[in-house]
Design a protein around this ligand. Structure first.
Ligand SMILES: CC(C)(COP(=O)(O)OP(=O)(O)OC[C@H]1O[C@@H](n2cnc3c(N)ncnc32)[C@H](O)[C@@H]1OP(=O)(O)O)[C@@H](O)C(=O)NCCC(=O)NCCS
Length: 158
């Protein structure tokens, strides 16, 4: 994805996510089919903790006072990571997803982060098409590993 050029006009204003956005962002997540919402990580406390560690890199898209898109984005000092990238269904395919992703990537660049990654479910055709069309590299040479550290962090799929 080219982050250096100005983006074309999109029907929503992109800005950094704040703690006060939590209720609207959570409401938006609940409308996104296929999203896995985690009981601890995605709770108000979990998101506030995330935003305090990463105050500049998560984005929302706002149209007439309503949040119509959101990207959670943070980094560990070396690599950036995107989570829960979404646009409200009636606002899709108008450039909002790309505009939010570019804003988050520019914010990472300002923090001297040189690489960003994300996880997409294989069955998420729209999500995978989106990332490929905006220039992200699909890594066929990697396996993804994780380890659950807290069984109380339950995932509920929408
Ligand atoms: C993925 C998502 C965020 C894209 O948001 P969006 O605002 O509709 O995307 P944009 O309008 O910015 O599209 C950017 C590019 O992606 C492509 N794209 C978007 N939706 C697409 C679709 N349904 N099928 C194929 N390509 C698509 C567009 O063609 C566009 O490419 P272009 O620059 O050549 O025009 C949105 O569809 C969504 O919220 N999906 C559900 C949640 C999800 O799957 N998130 C990703 C998790 S990995």
């Amino acid at each position: 994805m080219e982050t250096g050029k100005d983006q074309s006009i999109v029907p929503a204003a992109v800005r950094a996510m704040t703690e006060e956005d939590y209720d609207q962002v959570f409401h938006l997540w609940k409308t996104i089919k296929g999203f896995g919402i985690r009981s601890m990580d995605d709770s108000r406390e979990g998101i506030i903790r995330f935003l305090r560690r990463n105050p500049t890199t998560s984005m929302v898209a706002e149209s007439e006072g309503e949040l119509v898109g959101a990207v959670l984005c943070g980094h560990d000092g070396r690599r950036g990571c995107f989570y829960h990238v979404c646009v409200r269904e009636d606002f899709r395919q108008q450039g909002i997803g790309k505009a939010m992703a570019v804003s988050a990537m520019r914010a990472l660049q300002k923090e001297q982060i040189n690489k960003v990654c994300l996880i997409a479910f294989k069955k998420n055709e729209v999500g995978n098409s989106f990332w490929k069309s905006v220039g992200w590299t699909f890594r066929e040479d990697l396996n993804y590993y994780d380890f659950v550290l807290n069984d109380a962090n339950i995932t509920t799929f929408q």
